[in-house]
Design a protein around this ligand. Structure first.
Ligand code: ARG
Length: 412
């Protein structure tokens, strides 16, 4: 790359992205602009910005994208009940395209022709950053220093020390974490042995179910068109509802996930997640759909949901397929409005009540007591026709010689 080319680096403040700043300057002769996107991770982001400047960034920006993350990324995923491999609410996977979009925006504003990120060559996040930036701006080139430099952890620390980059303060842990509104992921250390139960110390957002209150807690959620709009009667924007729910459900020990995960790059990995709000909201949303949508739509939507989750995981957020699937999902949500009560108790979140003005549950059809309006005499004819293929199949059997005789005898 030409000397003094501008690079916009997605900067978290961690070791990899901090070392990337002097590395990009020295090895690539780049002018580094650091960009930190607030997606709800903890920590002092002004300090992160200062750290980027101290490490040699010519400019350092922080953008607060929490509302945008909730409304444009989490909301569609929630309406799609998106769970990768049936368990992972895609917290990290959803934040990457958002960060990618901001990288592109800053690159345009600053006249940069490169974007960079701190991902290694073994994970999914490199795929997501590379694909999202290239889908939005095919002319921009992506540099991934940690994929190129081939330093061991120890060499990286030595490089940081020789460039006056302060190492993370606080207690040293063997774990690598990633946090945003939709969840927290933990990997490395003892977690790399999938046979071993995760030790209590890996959890940061959830209380151990053993220590959680003996009293169940109830949350009442109102949904409008497939999205939560209030918690216990208090209306709030989605990103705020998520923050509150993470706290309440996390205190009840809800949202721990132990996932033997299939990465895009072919590696199996063991991931631990804490996703209290996502766990509660997806269950509540599913139960409201069960109340308001017909069986065939629910059934077809499930196949779309699987594909949706995989596509997000795989880094294809900015794709025509995702747009098309979203159009389908959105059209299913018109009547997904109503209230859901969820009981939180020692690690479990169970839907215990639901109501909707669009409920297609009809008491007069379902009841076994008085007020029944169902016409049971209609069932006999229905079952006769419904079972006709099964009867024919059984009567014909597997012996061709006798088949036509039997066909003549059964009651079609
Ligand atoms: N395995 C998860 C995913 O691919 C989480 C990755 C966490 N990323 C990280 N840089 N620690 O979505």
């Amino acid at each position: 790359m030409p000397h003094r080319s501008k690079v916009v680096l997605a900067y978290s403040g961690g070791l990899d992205t901090s070392v990337s700043i002097p590395w990009l300057r020295e090895k690539k002769g780049a002018d580094v602009v650091a960009l930190t996107v607030n997606v709800g991770q903890p920590g002092d982001l002004d300090a992160v910005r200062a750290k980027a400047e101290a490490a040699g960034a010519s400019k350092a920006f922080v953008v607060d994208a929490r509302q945008e993350f909730a409304e444009e990324f989490i909301a569609p995923a929630l309406r799609a009940n998106a769970l990768y491999e049936g368990v992972y609410p895609l917290s990290t996977a959803l934040a990457r395209p958002l960060i990618g979009r901001h990288l592109v925006e800053v690159a345009r504003r600053e006249g940069a022709s490169y974007v960079a990120h701190g991902c290694t060559g073994k994970g999914n996040d490199q795929v997501r950053f590379d694909l999202s930036t290239t889908s939005l701006a095919p002319d921009l080139e992506v540099i991934a220093p940690a994929r190129e430099w081939r330093m061991t952890r120890e060499e990286e620390v030595a490089y940081a020390e020789s460039h006056a980059i302060p190492l993370a303060t606080g207690p040293k842990t063997p774990y690598s974490t990633d946090e945003n509104l939709w969840g927290r992921s933990v990997e490395c250390g003892i977690l790399e042995d999938p046979a071993v139960e995760p030790p209590e110390e890996v959890y940061g957002w959830t209380r151990s179910p053993l220590d959680a209150s003996e009293q169940p807690a109830y949350v009442n959620l109102s949904f409008e068109r497939g999205l939560p709009v209030s918690l216990d009667g208090h209306r709030a924007p989605l990103h705020e509802l998520i923050v509150q729910l993470n706290r309440v459900a996390g205190a009840a020990g809800v949202g721990r996930i132990d996932h033997l995960e299939s990465r895009v790059v072919g590696i199996k990995s063991r991931e631990v997640y804490e996703c209290p709000a996502a766990t509660v909201l997806i269950s509540a949303h599913q139960s409201l759909e069960a109340l308001t949508l017909p069986r065939d739509l629910l059934d077809f939507k499930r196949t779309v949901e699987l594909r949706y989750a995989q596509l997000v995981y795989d880094g294809f957020w900015f794709s025509p397929l995702r747009n098309a699937l979203d159009a389908f999902v959105t059209s299913t949500q018109e009547r997904v409005t109503g209230e859901v009560a969820v009981k939180l108790y020692k690690g479990s979140a169970r839907v215990v009540g639901r109501r909707s003005p669009y409920s297609i549950y009809q008491h007069s059809l379902a009841t076994y007591s008085s007020g029944d309006r169902f016409r049971p005499e209609m069932s006999e004819g229905f079952i006769y026709v419904w079972g006709l293929p099964a009867r024919t199949w059984a009567a014909i059997g597997t012996q061709p010689t006798a088949a036509s005789a039997r066909a003549g005898k059964y009651r079609p």
